[in-house]
Design a protein around this ligand. Structure first.
Ligand code: FAD
Length: 419
């Protein structure tokens, strides 16, 4: 690894890969260092069975029509699924009528209006202060919002939530989002297994001029000096102080990191033994609620692959991650049995889950702004000393918690650093 470069990028997740591609296209002398043995960060595709991919992290191209990674997928010929799945709502074991289910959508629309009203009053409060908890729809609505933020409704800012630019186009990639991200690393100047330990950014102006080596970064494989630095590690890693800064980060930056912690969110995949073990008229997507604390959005066929996909977030995800995998399996199976009857148990032949909270290089799922702190994303994104730039999903004001938001933030940081 060379010891000098114009631009050093830390972390080869979506943000770091976006930054490195942009730097390479711009002819910038850059280096990308990644602590892990692999690229992709929170984008990771594995095989559930030979030839059947599943994503442990990002899965959907959110806001597909304006998603830069959808355009890249197009150029590469990677397939994604645009069709809207047929849906049904099961409440306490009963399939609801169309009329009853439409009440749920009315509840969502009414709550959205209340959030907008709260925003217009200049409030930045928890979503739980806005939701009508007496409604029978509240438990499922709260579950669904936890999937958006990886936190429970009392633990994130409603204002932050509505700043997300959602075009309501969510397209899963057939061969995996993690795979698409990994493909972006081809031809880039990446050093894997290279963990940053310490950043000395106090050298601003020491060597004079924009091109001087203003930052010194210590890794487990040697020291690199660079004119500019882009940091893309998660707020979980920053908050744990796994990387030491000299001088310490300014207080407002430390506060921003603390206000944007990672929540919990894990994906689940249940492989079945037949092409389609359900009745022929079974919808592809089932919203399930026991009317209380057990709520799931099941996708019964994942981009044509034979497995049920589901996700859990917030406290429930945190709790499940610390139990044996059987606890998750029992919980999800009980809901599937409630819907399809006991026979479904025999048809599920493999059960898998991710465990992002346990990953020492991530430490959670994605950033959720604490109530009262929606403006901290902007603070986190501000550069230091005109040479240290912050990118990654948590720095995006309108596409946080996504791979495309992270990707774009990396590109924007390269642009800012080269001005
Ligand atoms: C379960 C789950 C489901 C999700 N689903 C979706 C989805 O469907 N659609 C979507 O758009 N987004 C989704 N997301 C969010 C999305 O995956 C992330 O927002 C995005 O991948 C974050 O990218 P990043 O580059 O900001 O950070 P990361 O992916 O965390 O990349 C940071 C990199 O820094 C590395 N690193 C850490 N410490 C060091 C160090 N000291 N030195 C060097 N390198 C270091 C890490 O190993 C990592 O590779 C999901 C996330 C999870 C967890």
């Amino acid at each position: 690894m060379k010891s000098n470069c114009q631009l050093l990028i830390i972390g080869a997740g979506a943000a770091g890969l976006g930054a490195a591609q942009k730097a390479q296209q711009s002819g910038i002398d850059y280096l990308l260092v990644e602590a892990s043995h692999r690229v992709g960060g929170r984008g990771l595709t594995e095989e559930l069975a030979p030839g059947i991919p599943w994503d442990l992290g990002c899965h959907w191209l959110h806001s597909g029509g304006i998603n830069p990674l959808a355009k890249i997928a197009d150029r590469q010929g990677s397939h994604y699924d645009k069709h809207l799945p047929s849906r049904a709502f099961y409440m306490q074991g009963n399939r609801l009528s169309e009329k009853d289910s439409s009440e749920y959508h009315q509840f969502c629309a009414a709550t959205w209006q209340k959030i907008q009203l709260s925003d217009s009053r200049g409030e930045d409060i928890a979503l739980s202060d806005i939701v009508d908890h007496e409604s029978r729809w509240a438990p499922y609505y709260n579950y669904w919002q936890s999937l958006m933020t990886s936190e429970d409704v009392d633990n994130f800012s409603a204002l932050d939530l509505i700043r997300f630019n959602d075009t309501d186009e969510n397209w899963p990639l057939r061969d995996g989002y993690g795979r698409l991200l990994a493909q972006q690393s081809e031809g880039l100047n990446i050093h894997l297994n290279t963990a940053v330990k310490r950043i000395d950014w106090g050298g601003s102006g020491k060597t004079g001029g924009k091109q001087g080596n203003r930052v010194t970064v210590e890794t487990n494989r040697g020291t690199v000096k660079a004119a500019n630095l882009i940091i893309t590690v998660s707020t979980g890693v920053l908050g744990a102080r796994d990387i030491k800064f000299y001088p310490e980060l300014p207080i407002n930056k430390q506060e921003a990191i603390a206000a944007l912690p990672l929540g919990s969110y894990n994906n689940f995949a249940m492989l079945y033994d037949e092409a389609w073990p359900f009745d022929s008229d079974t919808p592809e997507r089932i919203d399930y609620s026991n009317g209380d604390d057990i709520n799931f959005a099941f996708k019964l066929k994942c981009s044509g692959w034979p497995y049920v996909y589901c996700a859990v977030a917030g406290r429930q995800a945190r709790w499940l991650e610390h139990q044996a995998i059987d606890a998750s399996e029992e919980l999800m199976m009980s809901a599937l049995v409630d819907i399809f009857g006991a026979d479904i148990k025999k048809k599920i032949i493999k059960f898998r889950t991710s465990a992002w909270g346990d990953d020492p290089l991530i430490k959670g799922a994605f950033s959720a702004s604490k109530p009262g702190h929606a403006d901290k994303r902007k603070v986190l994104a501000e550069p230091l000393a005109d040479c240290v730039y912050f990118a990654g999903e948590a720095t995006s004001e309108d596409a946080f918690a996504t791979a495309h938001g992270a990707w774009q933030s990396g590109i924007d940081a390269v642009y800012a650093s080269s001005q």
